[in-house]
Structure formats: C-alpha cells, structure tokens
Design a protein around this ligand. Sequence first.
Ligand SMILES: Nc1ncnc2c1ncn2[C@@H]1O[C@H](COP(=O)(O)OP(=O)(O)OP(=O)(O)O)[C@@H](O)[C@H]1O
Ligand SMILES: Nc1ccn([C@@H]2O[C@H](COP(=O)(O)O)[C@@H](O)[C@H]2O)c(=O)n1
Length: 208
Amino acid sequence: MIIAIDGPAASGKGTLAKRIAEHWGLPCLDTGLLYRAVARDVVLLGFRIDDPWAALIAARSLHPAELLDPDLRTPQAGDAASIVARIPQVRTALLVYQRAFATQPGGAVLDGRDIGTVVCPDADAKIYVTARTEVRAKRRFLECQGRGEGVTIEGILADIRRRDERDASRGSAPMRPADDADLLDTSDLDIEAAFDAAVGLIKRKIGQ
Ligand SMILES: Nc1ncnc2c1ncn2[C@@H]1O[C@H](COP(=O)(O)OP(=O)(O)OP(=O)(O)O)[C@@H](O)[C@H]1O
Ligand SMILES: Nc1ccn([C@@H]2O[C@H](COP(=O)(O)O)[C@@H](O)[C@H]2O)c(=O)n1
C-alpha cells in the first residue's frame, strides 16, 4: 500500500506520515529532507544556492545516510531547499530514489509537496494536510524554541509564507493537492485527533 501525504510547510504532514507508517507497519520517507540535503551540499561545495549545475551534481550524488543530519531541520535549511526544489533537473534526479522507495514490496508512506501529483500518482490513499498559516507558524516556533534556536514568531511566519509562495508558484511539480486527494485541515485538531482523522480517511479510501 502506498500512502501519499502532501501539504505546505509546517502543516504537520511529517508528524502524520510517521504515525501512519507506524500504524500500518510501513517504511516512511520525508522527501523534504532530500531537497534540504541537496541545498546543504551545494553550499558545502562552495556554489551559489541557485546554481543548477551544482544542485544537479549534489542531487545525483546524494546518499540516504546523509539525511540524518539534524542541521537539515532548521528553517534556514528549509528555505534553501525551496530554492533548489525549483530546478527541474534536481526534481528529476530525486524522483528515481523516491519512486524506488515508494514501490518497495509492501509499499510505503511518503510526505512532501508533489507525492500525490507526481511521485506516486497511483497511490492507494492521498491526503493533503493544511492548517492556517498562523497556526503553522506557532507550531514551528514552539518546535524551534524547544531545540534552543533563536527564532521569532514573525521570522517563522515570513519564512513559511515565502516558502509556500515559492513551492506553489514554481513551474515544475508545484505544491498542490492531487485531484483525488482528501483534504485534512488540522488547524483545530491536536496531533492525536489529526492522526485519527487521517486513519479514517485512509481506511475509507482503501475500503477497510
Ligand atoms: N495537529 C497538531 N497539533 C499541534 N502541533 C502539531 C500538529 N501537527 C504537527 N504539530 C507540530 O507542528 C510542528 C510541525 O510539524 P511537522 O514537522 O510534522 O510539519 P511538516 O508539515 O512536516 O513541516 P515541514 O514541511 O516544514 O517539514 C512539529 O513541531 C509538530 O510536532
Ligand atoms: N516532495 C517535495 C518535498 C519538499 N520539497 C521542497 O523542499 C522544501 C523543504 O521541504 P520540507 O517538507 O522539509 O519542509 C519545501 O519547501 C519544498 O520546496 C519539494 O519541492 N517537494
């Protein structure tokens, strides 16, 4: 069974994807980490973040073990990721790994921006997770604060808005719900309630 979870920045899709994967005993891939790692590697190689050649080299030489780097979780890494994510050749290079992950025996859960539309258009269930921008910013702020990062709610809000705008407006695989995705607004749901709602939507889709 393949489950696609998409949605804008800090909507809670990663949290849901992990819980859903545990529930059904499936492997889980946070595809945002791939773009974050490519952006990090472009900078480490000494190139400009929007250099398409360097980004393509970084994407082609990416190793899954490099996704464990905790620095990839910062808002700065997310912002840089959304710049390399606009480059079509980078997306094509990362597609191979994502498709292989999704089609492993037994299936998988993947979360990102284009899982239901491009990576796994035939997924058994697709959920597009949203939440009001201010709610998302507050959640991300609390998360960063918990890690001891010096952030402000205004800075986080600006980062989320900038990233959403970039992700939704790019020409290649823009962020959008697939036509057959179920929408899940978690603004007024805690993690447990959001998980219960997601499980309900998936069960209905797969006929359980
Ligand atoms: N329903 C919820 N209620 C309260 N907090 C939540 C909820 N869902 C997620 N969170 C918290 O919000 C923060 C962002 O969630 P998460 O990392 O899952 O979002 P994301 O969509 O995967 O983000 P990104 O796209 O930036 O990687 C985390 O700290 C998470 O614990
Ligand atoms: N399928 C995806 C996943 C991510 N991106 C881009 O990466 C950025 C970081 O993603 P997070 O999920 O970790 O926030 C995101 O803003 C996108 O630009 C993508 O394009 N496609």
